[in-house]
Design a protein around this ligand. Structure first.
Ligand SMILES: [Zn+2]
Length: 409
């Protein structure tokens, strides 16, 4: 009997200690249903028009091409559909096209929902991208579709809404970063389709009681410019310079550079493979991506008796903006004002901050309700110049490190 009681008590202990490592659920004022929704998959194939000697395909991760038709003479139509509906106005597309001989063709991007948003980028190798000349882009009379004039030849021409940064590219970047002695790369779980949820653990020396900064990116697949800013931000923190070296000794960064690998590889406009906006699932964690990452952060912090003091979630929208909360957090309560002011001053621009009351289950609100810490949705414009994004990411990291190191918490 004693043995049974002992075993029973141990089980309760194990059960309760596991339970305490789970992220807590929270009833936000504006709840969102994040249970699975069906998605429409694109048919992965090559479209061939041997009479015209023209070909197109979507046989790569990050592609979005739902149909490709020959219309007449040199005109073709590429149909682009979202993964499901309703969905945000973020009509993402990506495909390849080539021809037997050099040609000039017109491709109409035919959107089944919403309208054209992203100015096309082109590439000959899928790595180096440039904007398609604006003279070669013509909006349809109803301003929904767009006609692209493309010079094709036997080399593949990549055409995409934004530079392709699929799960393979992000993994390569993570592997590069993991060469640094203060970076550990791992996978903390699997997405709905079984892809790795990549994690970079950045710190120097002991992690016990070390204050933690959480970094998230790519909840929304097309939001590549926010990801670029995050890359520059991390690069600055990893630099071998006194400020960065001191910072890594004092703080720990938990970085999740690709929260939605399925959506990214499927060329989704917004959602994951469960057809859900992951940045609305920070209350009940119906989707595996949120569940694994939220529980992992809570567990890591509790095990080390640490505090999350700041959470930055990198996104993209039509312009650069910071979405913040009006609530004042317990940790670093006035950091936000100094930080955003410092970034603007360094870059010589106005701070575009949009504060709001605690509303829906988005990551910044999760950071606040879960850890009583500051959460910021850090948004970069779709067409913000890429050099400026790099500079902004770098300046954002420098200002943050200076504030947290020299000015104290
Ligand atoms: Zn977003």
């Amino acid at each position: 009997m004693k043995q049974i009681i002992f075993f029973f008590s141990i089980s309760i202990l194990i059960f309760s200690s596991c339970k305490s490592y789970q992220a807590k659920t929270y009833d936000f004022p504006k709840p969102v249903d994040t249970t699975d929704k069906p998605i429409e998959r694109q048919t992965k194939k090559q479209y061939s028009f041997p009479q015209q000697g023209v070909y197109a395909d979507n046989l790569f991760d990050g592609a979005r091409l739902n149909d490709f038709k020959f219309i007449q003479e040199d005109l073709y139509q590429a149909t682009i559909s979202p993964e499901n509906f309703p969905i945000n106005h973020s009509a993402y597309y990506a495909f390849r096209v080539w021809s037997d001989s050099p040609k000039t063709i017109q491709v109409e991007l035919n959107y089944t929902h919403h309208a054209h948003r992203y100015p096309p980028k082109i590439s000959r190798d899928g790595k180096n991208w440039e904007a398609l000349d604006s003279n070669l882009i013509q909006l349809s009379t109803d301003s929904i579709n767009v006609f692209l004039t493309l010079a094709t030849n036997s080399d593949t021409l990549w055409v995409a809404a934004q530079e392709i940064q699929n799960s393979t590219h992000v993994k390569q970047w993570c592997e590069e970063k993991s060469q640094h002695e203060n970076v550990l790369l791992s996978s903390i779980g699997k997405s709905k389709m079984g892809k790795d949820l990549l994690f970079l653990d950045i710190h120097n020396a002991d992690v016990k009681k070390k204050d933690v900064i959480v970094i998230l990116a790519r909840q929304h697949p097309p939001e590549v410019t926010g990801y670029f800013a995050m890359q520059a931000f991390i690069d600055e923190i990893l630099k071998d310079q006194p400020l960065s070296n001191d910072f890594r000794k004092k703080y720990r960064l938990l970085v999740f550079p690709l929260m939605n690998p399925d959506g990214v590889d499927l060329g989704h406009w917004r959602h994951n493979a469960g057809g859900v906006d992951l940045n609305r699932d920070w209350a009940y964690y119906h989707q595996p991506e949120n569940r694994h990452i939220a529980n992992f952060i809570v567990k890591t912090v509790k095990q080390n008796k640490s505090d999350v003091i700041l959470g930055l979630d990198f996104h993209s929208t039509f312009w650069d903006v910071y979405y913040t909360n009006r609530e004042i957090p317990e940790h670093i309560p006035y950091f936000k004002e100094y930080w955003l002011g410092g970034i603007s001053q360094s870059l010589g621009e106005e701070t575009n901050e949009r504060p709001s009351n605690l509303g829906g289950p988005v990551s910044k609100n999760w950071i606040f309700t879960q850890f009583n810490a500051l959460g910021i949705t850090y948004e970069i414009g779709d067409s913000t110049p890429r050099d400026f994004i790099k500079e902004k990411g770098k300046v954002s990291a420098t200002e943050m490190m200076q504030l947290l190191i020299f000015k104290g918490k």
